[in-house]
Design a protein around this ligand. Structure first.
Ligand code: FES
Length: 261
């Protein structure tokens, strides 16, 4: 395969035909933050968190959806890029229930958080994936909080109507990773985007509960969700990601017997 050359952050790197800027950067050990990008699926460019500055381009470009080109000169953390990422994060934090920035749990008071949960005292208001959330991680990395924009929240109620997956629409950032996981990785095509603007949500079978749709509860969407919008019911508020040991196992859900970590 022919190798081409480009410059990322002042460093000459090589890439192969067909790679995106993100792939070229990763292949050369340069990290670019992503949210909606799901490896191996069609890039949607939905979240824009991966934007980079490309010499002579009029706007910032989504690195996950822009092909690398020979001679390209890219900056991945320029002031312009960082400003854009901070704004995107602030907007995401203000649209929805992302209370990691304001709850006691965010201050690292895990004991207090567990006491709330055990007492059933507003447990649903606290995020079950605190400490294992890509949005929270990026907010921390770029030092932003949810205070800058007017806070909006969806009125779609939480869906608990099945034994395996909790859907919390208030925490969904509409990145579409779950849709890609369902449609492109598992090829189940059980979920898709529905409605528009503020009303947009991920829907199943028109707009029904997962249990009333073609969902086979393979759990691929839960794995793909970067926030707390899709959570496995039995692990909700019962374990912490950094305490878990990953093992290879057979998925117990639909009976196909897929191997997963
Ligand atoms: Fe590239 Fe979302 S990760 S647009």
């Amino acid at each position: 395969m022919t190798e081409h050359r480009m410059v990322i952050n002042g460093r000459g790197v090589t890439f192969t035909q067909g790679q995106t800027i993100l792939e070229a950067a990763e292949a050369n050990g340069i990290s670019i933050p992503t949210l909606c990008h799901l490896k191996g699926t069609t890039p949607t460019g939905a979240c824009r968190i991966c934007v980079v500055e490309v010499e002579r381009a009029r706007t910032l470009l989504a690195s996950c959806a822009t092909p690398a080109a020979p001679g390209m000169v890219v900056q991945t953390e320029s002031p312009k890029v960082v400003h854009a990422r901070r704004t995107i994060l602030e907007l995401l934090l203000s649209s929805g229930n992302h209370n990691c920035a304001i709850s006691g749990a965010s201050k690292g008071n895990w004991t207090e958080f567990q006491q709330h949960v055990q007492a059933g005292d507003g447990a649903d208001e606290l995020c079950p994936v605190w400490g294992d959330c890509r949005l929270q991680e990026l907010a921390y990395q770029y030092q932003v909080n949810a205070d800058r924009y007017i806070h909006t929240e969806t009125e779609y109620p939480m869906e608990m109507k099945n034994p395996l997956i909790v859907r919390d629409f208030s925490r969904c950032i509409r990145c579409g990773r779950c849709v890609q996981a369902c449609n492109e990785v598992q090829v189940n095509r059980a979920i898709s985007f529905g409605y528009r603007g503020d009303a947009s949500k991920i829907v199943a079978a028109g707009d029904r509960a997962l249990i009333d749709s073609d969902c086979v509860f393979c759990g691929e969407c839960v794995q793909a969700c970067p926030v707390g919008a899709l959570v496995e019911k039995k692990s909700r508020y019962t374990w912490r990601p950094w305490k878990a040991e990953k093992i290879r196992t057979t998925c117990p859900y639909c009976g196909v017997g897929c191997q997963q970590w």
